[in-house]
Design a protein. Structure first.
Ligand SMILES: C[S@@+](CC[C@H](N)C(=O)[O-])C[C@H]1O[C@@H](n2cnc3c(N)ncnc32)[C@H](O)[C@@H]1O
Length: 836
């Protein structure tokens, strides 16, 4: 069945309010019904409120600019005092009405486009785009928040699925925290049972940033606000911050000197003039500051989102409406960041389309690929301005038709993070946290073995490896082959072995060892019904069973998503007792790999208050979908960084160098402990929410298994037995563009060999050029902080260089300053361990 994602239309005309009582369908209900039955759209997207609402809000919350000018005149001249008195009386009446409204901010019936519960189902509601939660004017900000509360109250009352909030204004970046705080408070409306989601409309890019002119600073950006807006709250005392703003001359309305009104405390900051200054309260140009920070990484719109969701505590009801009106950022890395974010809608105006050779509207190749990659999140597409028909062929229907065409075939390209059978995707395994199996400590159920056995690729690879080993042993002149399958489960590797022997036209004594008593009954059944004398079955633990016959080939599959996490090394150590001096193990070796990732969903899931303590210090098996791999290839600015996905460690079998006790078992498990220190280059700013863990296994000859994203398709294509392991971070670690992430991970074991566990931590650094290092005072990093350092020195100046950097300090290697650190996760294995 081809995928069918919902498509919404933004209608040109909004139906009138109901004129008949219930249960008659309202005009909006009828219009929605018509859209769904007669067009290719599934949903209608329209503003929740209409122009009457805006007129009332403007009248109550804004002071008309001409009135301000009259007030100026009144203040400076005594002429026409009668008119002045009348004006001030009229204003006082409006101010009273405004304050009454502020006590109980709400919409009136004739101000709403959506009034009935019945209208709410196939609707995406838009909050008013003139509300400015990030206006430079404090009064406008506060009243905009009240306005949005009124709209959200209506949305909650009608159980609307979502309210789309207008994007924050890039030119007002200094006030983004105010925007985010307002959203956070609005998310609390309706309490625990609130249903309506809040979706922030975020532009996919800032075009000025893409062409290298920095983010839409005020001097360049199209102001979202239409005119000078002056808050009617301007007679309230100014806050400190507002006074600082007013003190910055260019921000004052119409160039008026700050505080020029008679009350001396006005905050008449106009949106339009703020747009033309690009300077924020610190006196630093927002344009130059942000631009220098993000050069090479067009990320200012993503960064706004990151700030909002972090301030909203990763609230699961907060989503993104990704607006593709602007061009896509050219870098795949910058774009792929959206794949790990909760993008619930994609806004596609007709202007985003280009005509093909026949004049039909199509999207650029890059946009098609991006949209295909996003389909795994099943977003709703919102098509706007299609009725204007900008492209010569196909008419208005051509736009949804085309979107259906490109989204009907999902693709796993882009993230390529997790192996996934199509069935698994359909079954909802995507981004679902599963506790890793512990087949040594626990006895697996038949249904779990059944899932293993559905992956033909794994067994094809094993059969091939066993075949190669048999043929090689035979070629060495061995005509009395012994093969032991250690951990046989329900017997699929026994079947592989028998098939390999048949192919090689050889015979061998085959033993199947299993410690799970229930699985052993299946082995008994298969011996009785299928294998007969060709297979001996042995019940018990391979680490303690008495050895009767020495093997040429020891076959086991005790691999976890991270290779060694199901204790394959420890079990095969015990199984070595079965192996002849020249015997071989299949697998012969395996490696563990990690990469830093971001995923709002996984982070939210592991930090749910309902989860047990330590839930964010436990690894999980996850089929990763809404996950972005953060690291890039190349050594980074300093050349210090490794590959995108890096190897932590390796295990090889058989190991002949161990000191063994009288039973042939190692005295301790210390030879199976490992540690890794890995440095990753982070090309695009992002929070790090943890690490994806992968394995590669060398079975025998040139045959292997891999879930490593870069090698899986070559080594064991379409194998889906293993999903990656997720090592979460308790707190997101913010990484700016160009950061270096140093990860430490350990595989540890207790001295009595009873358990094995992992611990992990990370540190974030920013590389600095020697020039910048001097500017930042980093040469002083090598020595303890000097008394009397100037107060404007870098706040990071006391951070030590890493030991490796000190060692390399003679080279003209760029330095780095430390910018972040996580705690040690799962210290002492207290939250998670694997029992031996
Ligand atoms: C991951 S399952 C693989 C089963 C089967 N070989 C397959 O490929 O489907 C690992 C099996 O090894 C068994 N096992 C684990 N540790 C063992 C041990 N020390 N001795 C014997 N069997 C063990 C488990 O009970 C389980 O049946």
């Amino acid at each position: 069945m081809p995928l069918r994602l919902p498509i919404a239309v933004v209608p040109r005309d909004i139906p009138k309010l109901p004129t008949k009582p219930h249960p008659a369908p309202s005009p909006l209900q009828a219009a929605i019904g018509e859209v769904i039955s007669e067009t290719d759209y599934d949903v209608v997207c329209l503003p929740l409120a209409n122009d009457r609402w805006r007129e009332r809000w403007d009248r109550l919350c804004l002071r008309p600019v001409d009135e301000e000018e009259d007030a100026m005149l009144d203040a400076y001249s005594s002429a026409d005092s009668q008119a002045a008195t009348e004006r001030s009386q009229a204003r006082a009446d409006v101010d009273r009405e405004a304050d009454l409204w502020r006590r109980e901010p709400s919409l009136r019936r004739d101000e709403c486009n959506i009034t009935r519960l019945e209208e709410s189902q196939a609707v995406i509601a838009l909050a008013s785009d003139w509300l400015e939660l990030d206006a430079p004017d404090e009064g406008i900000r506060f009243d905009s928040e009240l306005g949005l509360r009124a709209e959200m109250a209506q949305a909650l009352y009608l159980s609307l699925p979502v309210l789309v909030i207008p994007a924050p204004n890039l030119a007002n970046r200094a006030f983004l925290p105010s925007y985010a705080r307002a959203i956070s408070n609005i998310l609390q409306m309706g309490g625990q049972s609130a249903y309506t989601q809040i979706s922030i409309r975020i532009p996919v890019s800032d075009p000025l940033e893409i062409i290298g002119q920095g983010p839409a600073g005020a001097s360049n950006g199209e102001p979202r606000t239409h005119h000078r807006r002056v808050s009617s709250l301007s007679s309230r005392p100014s806050s400190m911050h507002q006074q600082q703003l007013n003190a910055l001359g260019p921000l004052s309305a119409g160039g008026q000197p700050s505080g020029g009104y008679s009350n001396g405390g006005s905050r008449n900051v106009s949106g339009a003039s703020a747009q033309t200054s690009g300077t924020h309260a610190s006196g630093v140009s927002s344009k130059s500051m942000t631009h220098s920070a993000i050069q090479g990484d067009p990320s200012s719109t993503w960064e706004m989102w990151d700030c909002i969701r972090a301030m909203c505590g990763y609230n699961p009801r907060l989503t993104i409406t990704l607006d593709l009106s602007n061009p896509l950022p050219p870098s795949v890395g910058a774009l792929s960041r959206w794949t790990s974010e909760p993008v619930k809608h994609i806004w596609l105006p007709a202007t985003a389309f280009i005509p093909n050779a026949k004049g039909f509207p199509v999207l650029s190749k890059a946009c098609q690929a991006f949209i295909r990659g996003m389909t795994k999140q099943a977003p709703t597409f919102i098509l706007s301005e299609c009725e204007k028909v900008r492209h010569p062929s196909g008419g208005a229907a051509a736009y949804p038709q085309y979107v259906r065409h490109i989204t009907s075939q999902p693709t796993t390209s882009g993230a390529n993070i997790s192996p996934q059978g199509p069935e698994e995707v359909a079954n909802g395994y995507g981004d679902f946290l599963q506790a890793p199996l512990q087949p040594l400590m626990d006895d697996l159920g038949s249904a779990t073995y059944d899932v293993f056995e559905r992956d033909p690729v794994k067994y094809r690879q094993y059969e091939e490896a066993i075949y190669l080993a048999i043929v090689e042993k035979a070629a060495e002149g061995n005509d009395d082959l012994v093969i032991v399958i250690a951990g046989a489960g329900r017997g699929p590797l026994v079947a592989c072995t028998l098939r390999a022997l048949a192919r090689a036209q050889l015979e061998a004594r085959v033993y199947a060892v299993e410690k799970n008593p229930s699985a052993f009954t299946t082995l008994e059944e298969r011996k009785a019904l299928e294998w007969g004398h060709h297979v001996e079955i042995v019940f018990g633990d391979m680490r303690t069973l008495p050895v009767t016959d020495l093997a040429d080939i020891l076959v086991s599959e005790l691999l976890g998503s991270f290779g060694d996490n199901e204790l394959s090394p420890e079990c095969i150590d015990g199984g070595m007792r079965f192996l002849k001096a020249d015997g071989v193990s299949i697998p012969t070796s395996y490696t563990a790999h990690i990469a830093p990732i971001s995923s709002s969903k996984l982070h939210h899931d592991v930090t749910q208050p309902s989860r047990a303590a330590g839930a964010a210090e436990t690894p999980y098996v996850v089929m990763m979908q809404q996950v972005n791999l953060l690291s890039g290839e190349g050594g980074g600015v300093s050349g210090r960084c490794g590959e995108r996905i890096q190897q932590c460690w390796q295990f090889e079998h058989p190991r002949r160098d161990l000191i063994l006790d009288y039973q042939g078992l190692p005295y301790t498990n210390s030879h199976n402990t490992r540690s890794a220190t890995l440095t990753f280059h982070i090309p695009h700013a992002s929070p790090c929410h943890g690490f994806a863990g992968y394995f590669e296994a060398h079975l025998y000859g040139n045959v292997g298994l891999s879930i490593h994203p870069d090698t899986a398709a070559r080594v064991s294509p379409e194998m889906f037995s293993w999903f990656p392991l997720f090592f979460p971070l308790k707190q997101p670690l913010y990484l700016p563009s160009g950061a270096e992430l140093e990860v430490n991970i350990w595989r540890l074991a207790d001295t009595r060999a009873r358990k094995v566990w992992y611990e992990w931590s990370a540190e974030a650094y920013l590389p600095v050029t020697s020039q910048a290092a001097t500017h930042l005072g980093t040469p002083r990093l090598r020595a303890p902080a000097t008394p009397g350092l100037s107060s404007d020195a870098s706040p990071t100046q006391d951070a030590p260089y890493s030991p490796r950097e000190v060692a390399a300090s003679s080279a003209p290697d760029p330095g780095r300053v430390k910018i972040g650190q996580t705690t040690l996760h799962n210290a002492g294995g207290v939250h998670y361990w694997v029992g031996l």
